[in-house]
Design a protein around this ligand. Structure first.
Ligand code: ADP
Ligand code: MG
Length: 608
């Protein structure tokens, strides 16, 4: 007995529909694309029950005549190409003529449409793919398409729809993406008859972001731009002070098409390395323009993903663009908010000493405090003159001779617009600035300074042999784990050998590290080995190396609770100013904070 039967067309159509339509957001996407292809400038979207009950989109685009209003529901009915070769020059979203046919097969649709300068339009009612009614109705230019009872005839698919909340979130995210993609279109969104968003026409991505993102983000948006022979990148990102716990506010557009691409997201996040805490994510909307032949948009049935011919180079360009934009922004911010340099003294010039190992103790020890100065117990007089040449002479690494954030000495030394108020809670350094009250977390700031110094003298760290070598007892298993990394420790100036089955001996240490910190440093390292073991070798080494550096900086840095003299505080501020990535500590916490005078005055109701 033969087993093969030909599926009736309406059954085959339902199956085919599943490829294009999995969830309500897919329909919203197809309909929005049609509205945009029809040159609409106003688009309103009505959603009920996350689209399961109703998705209705009204546009003011070109509309259709009576003939097209019926034909558009046929398979392969499209006005966008007439032959396959047109695909090479196409610049509309749709071209397969499949969306409306697929949607019609699995829902009940009412379409009302009218073209320009006509007195009447056409209304088509089509249920489960069968046209029920075609009427002439009064209508204004554009198309109003209402999709009801999604998957009413495909219960299996209906069952797989996620919760109303999840489906609604997917629609919202898609809506936001279109809003970013087309700032010149006015969008409105209604959810269960409630008007939830209205974004009038604007002329830039940034202005659209001001409409979409909460007002607290407004002053934290920066532009990015970079062009090379592979691609051109433009967009907006948030600065180092603004981040979220998820990646939902990151949007990428490739040749104006919203795409989801893990690698692009990653490149963006890498651009924020050391600037925002790990596990936090920026807000961003980034356009990538590439020649059509270097990108494949057909790897996904709904064209939500893309594949690049040279993905690495595009990722690098993004990472670079983000990094540069952040650095320039932080630099601007610093010039405005903090300049810690003292008045220029005639002899002032950065001392170009030969490499001297950093010695935290000597830098901050009382030996370098001016004993004649009675202002150790703050507050300091306004604009106290500090002789930096004296402090510069303290043995200190010259590692940070580069100034990636490029605040020139010239500029810096000219400014004297701060007053050191003192130390608060033995943890924060308080500074009076014209703009407000500036707070610096002494530990976070010192950690960042040391971390950058260590990074610059890797392999070149001055070590001191220990008079009494330090013994650390560990399980043999842990020793086996850590043994391959003795070389890595050595690059940081920590010389380790195994001296017994369960013992390590530390022969020498970098000058700034104290013996007591070693035990916990080794324990931390063991945790990182297990935490990052799934990484590729190169990434693993890079990660644990950074961690080690950060942890060493943390152990060597001045602690919260340490009392600091005025000179020590000024030295710290002075060093911080010359340090890269200075806005956060290596763990991502902020090093400093400005409470604006404006905010203070508002709090005291001196201002409204
Ligand atoms: P495609 O977009 O791939 O051509 P669709 O099934 O989405 O296929 O749409 C079929 C056709 O219906 C389109 O080519 C277009 O001519 C017409 N159409 C669909 N939606 C609209 C709209 N909102 N305004 C004007 N014409 C539309
Ligand atoms: Mg289409």
């Amino acid at each position: 007995m033969p087993k093969i039967i030909q599926l009736p067309p309406h059954e085959a159509q339902k199956i085919a529909a599943g490829e294009v339509i999995e969830r309500p957001a897919n329909i919203v996407k197809e309909l929005l694309e049609n509205a945009i292809d029809a040159q609409a400038t106003h688009v309103s979207i009505y959603i009920e029950d996350a689209g399961k009950k109703l998705i209705r989109i009204i546009d003011n685009g070109c509309g259709m005549d009576k003939h097209d209003a019926q034909l558009c529901f046929d398979r392969h009915a499209t006005s966008k190409i007439t032959q396959v070769s047109d695909l090479e020059t196409i610049n509309t979203f749709g071209f397969r003529g499949e969306a409306l046919a697929s949607i019609a097969a699995i829902s009940n649709i009412t379409l009302t449409t009218a073209q320009e300068n006509v007195l009447e339009g056409t209304q088509v009612v089509i249920n489960g793919g069968t046209i029920e009614n075609v009427n002439i109705v009064a209508a204004s230019q554009g198309t109003d398409i209402a999709i009801a009872d999604l998957f009413f005839n495909v219960p299996a698919r209906k069952k797989f729809l996620k919760s109303t909340e999840t489906e609604w979130r997917a629609i919202q995210q898609l809506f936001n993406a279109f809003c970013f993609d087309y700032p010149h279109i006015c969008f409105s969104l209604f959810n269960n008859n409630k008007h939830v968003a209205h974004y009038p026409t604007t002329d830039s991505l940034k202005n659209r972001a001001l409409q979409l993102w909460e007002s607290t983000v407004n002053h934290h948006i920066i532009d990015i731009e970079k062009k090379d022979d592979q691609c051109s990148i433009t967009g907006i990102i948030t600065d180092h002070q603004t981040y979220r716990y998820d990646k939902n506010n990151i949007y990428f557009f490739v040749n104006n098409r919203w795409v989801k691409n893990y690698q692009l997201n990653n490149a963006l996040i890498k651009g924020y390395a050391n600037v925002i805490p790990e596990g936090r994510y920026p807000l961003a909307a980034i356009h990538i323009q590439v020649p059509a032949h270097v990108v494949d948009i057909n790897i996904h049935p709904r064209k939500e993903e893309v594949k690049f011919l040279h993905p690495r180079s595009i990722e690098q360009t993004i990472q670079q663009a983000v990094k540069i934009a952040l650095e320039q922004n932080i630099s601007r911010h610093l010039k405005r908010d903090i300049t810690f340099q003292a008045p220029p003294s005639p002899q002032y010039k950065p001392i170009q000493t030969h490499f001297t190992p950093f010695n935290f103790d000597s830098l901050f020890s009382s030996a370098h405090v001016d004993k004649n100065n009675q202002h150790d117990n703050n507050p300091l007089p306004i604009h106290k003159k500090i002789d930096f040449t004296q402090i510069e002479a303290v043995p200190r690494t010259q590692a940070i001779t580069h100034q990636p954030l490029s605040i020139s000495h010239e500029h810096a030394v000219k400014e004297t617009n701060f007053r050191l108020i003192g130390q608060f809670q033995k943890t924060y350094i308080l500074i009076e600035k014209q703009e407000g009250l500036f707070l610096v977390d002494q530990h976070a700031a010192h950690e960042r300074i040391l971390y950058e110094q260590f990074a610059h003298k890797l392999h070149n760290t001055a070590t001191i042999p220990l008079l009494f070598p330090h013994i650390i007892t560990l399980s043999n298993h842990d020793i086996q784990l850590i043994e391959p990394y003795f070389v890595l420790f050595a690059t940081h100036g920590i010389m380790i050998e195994q001296c017994a089955n369960d013992q390590l001996i530390i022969q020498s240490l970098p000058v700034y590290l104290k013996n007591e910190s070693l035990e916990s440093l080794i324990q931390d390292f063991l945790i990182w080995i297990s935490e990052y073991k799934t990484l590729e070798k190169e990434d693993f080494i890079k990660t644990v190396n950074n961690k080690l550096q950060a942890q060493m900086a943390c152990k060597a840095a001045v602690k919260a609770g340490d009392e600091l003299s005025a000179e020590k505080m000024l030295q710290l501020l002075h060093d911080l100013e010359k340090t890269a990535n200075r806005m956060t500590c290596p763990h991502g916490r902020p090093t400093s904070w400005l409470i604006s005078l404006n905010d203070i005055e508002k709090k005291f109701k001196r201002k409204t």
